[in-house]
Design a binder for this molecule. Structure first.
Ligand code: WTA
Length: 656
């Protein structure tokens, strides 16, 4: 890590915006001045300018009961109306909303008029199924237009969606359904991934299967199923219904009603430092204001002419804010792709860019690094000249990947925005503004207009330029999380207790300020890992491991990985009886598969080491730092606080 930091700080390349780009850019330097002069007024202006309010607001921020904020609280809006109807009413019904590309090569163009009608029908289906404002609906779908329609329909009736990434297991789905008390699940028979149908409905059936009066069984009344994969599915009469039966039969008339700005919009589960995922709660008015604003200024979105492509799955926050909400609220045309980047050939993404003349591409550093590994010959085969802006999100981007992205994908001229934010922040917080900021490869750089951040020491004091510390947000922002579903104490504890005196939001990220005061993100400072831009908790994987009957103890670390940023590495103590009956290689393979089944393939450890002991302090705390040294092939650091100082040499020998 420290060599990485030194390397970053030696980065001196700078890229000033071209005059051409700056002339046509949405963002201007003046935005910073306006926001600095009157932060709340600035956000109120954005909310009024960018959104339609059924009832205008008169209040902006209420921070009288921190850390519980409200924004625009006496205003009313309908999120789906803002993403759909108003564009049709403005005469843009024929504009394409979704350029959808299925993995097998099928495709669909969905206009704003068509999407609006579909969402109205789905909203009527939801109402018929008894879904009303405040009810929770779980969505477990592949990347198909119905996924976007489902989210918007839930929003339209004022209900709350909880999208669960299709790569999560039945167990993960069940715990999320239970925690939210979902009444309805919207899923598909299956979706295409890696050249074959990956089943989804069977996981829903499993999640809802009888288990001694488990909660999901009691709350879920219906399962609405899209036919996509064509795979065989079991059917529970009275509970399950096909989308293709229910939706076309429903009325296309549905008047959008205004809901209070603080009406919850969604819950999205994300990994924290404990074994139990947190349900991050977002509400409507502030969230939609900031996602719409940032999509416009950070992605330099010109909705009439651009073709936007955010490659994130709707199961992650990036897919919420920059697939479902931001681009649609802005009335943009966007690409939606179902499958993996390498199906059926490694140039699939670039083929899509060429086919749809994509102008703005927003993706994760992991994807860029894996393309780097394959080589420039692949993208070079396609015409990428339509691209005029590139974005990065989800993890730190190393300068090499940044330069490659600019040169090979961006034809040496395309500006890059490295955007820092989190599930909790709801929308982009730190990023260069294209056309305004001189960019630095590897740095997220500056807080957006209207956003206040700092880098502080353990006591909350500003570290000053040239120094490292902890990233904090110092003022409430419109898209901030409003809480953790069902657990207000955990919300306060996790994000606000550390800098309670200052009232700062603690992001859990380390950062450095360079001599210009620009921010360089340095990775998580807690037990959260970032694998391919996906957040995973070490504790969550450890509890999955010890849930296997062979395992006595487990410790998990995130080790740096050339492609995925970090990789999951597990150190496991196996019970004696299993050790004598199985080979370590066999056990390691079994346990990797086990974690994949328990949580989902993304959590499957890259390496599982069967060891005899784990390094612990005298108070019994596992010293993950030392295990990380081993996993990254470094000399093991200071072991003097270990209860048994010899244990690390034993582990190192076993791992080798
Ligand atoms: C990391 C994804 C460096 C960070 C939108 C954060 C980043 C976590 C960047 C949130 C970036 C996100 N540079 N690190 N540009 N963007 N991160 O909730 O550690 O899935 O705390 O939200 O990703 O991950 P999440």
């Amino acid at each position: 890590m420290s060599s990485q930091i030194d390397h970053l700080l030696n980065e001196t390349r700078r890229f000033a915006p071209s005059a051409d780009f700056a002339d046509n850019a949405v963002a201007t330097a003046e935005l910073y001045e306006r926001a600095a002069a009157d932060r709340e007024g600035f956000w109120a202006d954005q909310a009024r300018d960018l959104l339609h309010w059924h009832k205008p607001f008169t209040q902006v921020l209420d921070w009288s009961n921190p850390p519980f904020a409200t924004w625009f609280a006496d205003g009313e809006l309908n999120v789906a109306y803002n993403c759909l109807d108003r564009h049709v009413e403005a005469g843009n019904g024929d504009r394409v909303a979704l350029l959808w590309e299925g993995e097998p090569g099928d495709s669909r163009r969905v206009t704003y008029a068509e999407l609006t009608e579909e969402v109205k029908r789905v909203a009527n289906v939801l109402t018929d199924l008894g879904i009303t404002a405040g009810d929770r609906v779980a969505i477990y779908l592949p990347m198909i237009p119905e996924a976007v329609a489902a989210m918007l329909a839930v929003a339209r009736v004022g209900a709350i969606h909880s999208v669960v990434f299709g790569g999560f297991s039945a167990d993960s789905l069940r715990s999320r359904i239970d925690d939210a008390g979902a009444k309805l699940v919207i899923t598909a028979d299956g979706g295409y991934r890696k050249g074959k149908v990956s089943p989804l409905k069977p996981a829903v059936d499993l999640a809802l299967a009888g288990r001694n009066g488990g909660a999901a069984q009691e709350t879920v009344e219906h399962v609405l199923v899209v036919r996509r994969g064509g795979n065989d599915v079991e059917w529970t009469e009275g509970r399950d219904l096909w989308w293709h039966d229910a939706v076309p039969a429903a009325s296309p008339e549905h008047e959008a009603q205004g809901f209070p700005a603080e009406n919850p919009l969604f819950i999205l589960y994300t990994s924290g430092t404990t074994g139990k995922p947190k349900g991050i709660l977002h509400t409507s008015g502030g969230y939609l204001t900031q996602t719409t604003f940032t999509n416009r200024v950070v992605h330099d979105l010109h909705p009439e002419t651009d073709v936007f492509w955010c490659t994130a799955d709707i199961g992650w926050v990036t897919g919420h804010s920059y697939v479902a909400y931001g681009p649609l609220a802005n009335g943009a045309t966007q690409v939606l792709y179902e499958g993996t980047p390498d199906m059926p050939h490694p140039g699939r993404w670039w083929e899509i860019v060429e086919k749809y003349a994509v102008t703005i591409l927003y993706t994760a550093p992991t994807a860029i690094r894996s393309f780097m590994k394959i080589g420039r010959e692949v993208p070079k085969k396609f015409d990428l000249s339509s691209l005029r802006l590139l974005g990065s999100v989800g993890e730190p981007i190393n300068p090499e990947a940044w330069m490659w992205y600019r040169k090979i994908i961006g034809g040496k001229t395309t500006p890059i925005v490295d955007t820092w934010w989190q599930t909790e922040t709801g929308a982009i917080m730190i990023s260069a503004l294209p056309g305004v900021t001189e960019t630095k490869p590897g740095a997220a750089q500056v807080a957006l207009p209207g956003i206040s951040i700092d880098v502080v020491d353990e006591d909350g004091a500003h570290v000053g330029n040239g120094n490292g510390g902890l990233l904090v947000v110092t003022e409430p922002w419109p898209a901030m999380l409003r809480g953790i579903w069902g657990d207000p104490d955990r919300f306060v504890e996790t994000y606000w207790d550390k800098f309670r005196t200052q009232g700062y939001y603690f992001a859990g990220d380390g950062a450095r300020l360079d001599d210009d005061g620009d921010v360089w993100l340095m990775g998580r400072v807690d037990d959260v890992m970032n694998v391919s831009g996906h957040r995973l908790s070490t504790t969550e994987i450890e509890s999955a491991l010890v849930g296997n009957e062979a395992v006595a103890e487990a410790a998990v670390v995130g080790a740096s990985d050339e492609t995925t940023g970090q990789a999951v590495v597990a150190f496991v103590i196996v019970k004696q009886s299993y050790l004598s009956a199985h080979s370590p290689e066999g056990l390691a393979g079994t346990l990797r598969g086990w974690v994949g089944e328990q949580i989902g393939p993304i959590a499957r450890p890259r390496d599982v080491y069967i060891v005899g002991e784990l390094p612990k302090t005298r108070s019994g705390k596992i010293m993950r730092r030392l295990l990380r040294d081993v996993a990254e092939g470094r000399e093991v650091g200071d072991t003097t606080t270990l209860a048994d100082t010899a244990v690390m040499s034993v582990i190192s020998a076993q791992v080798r």
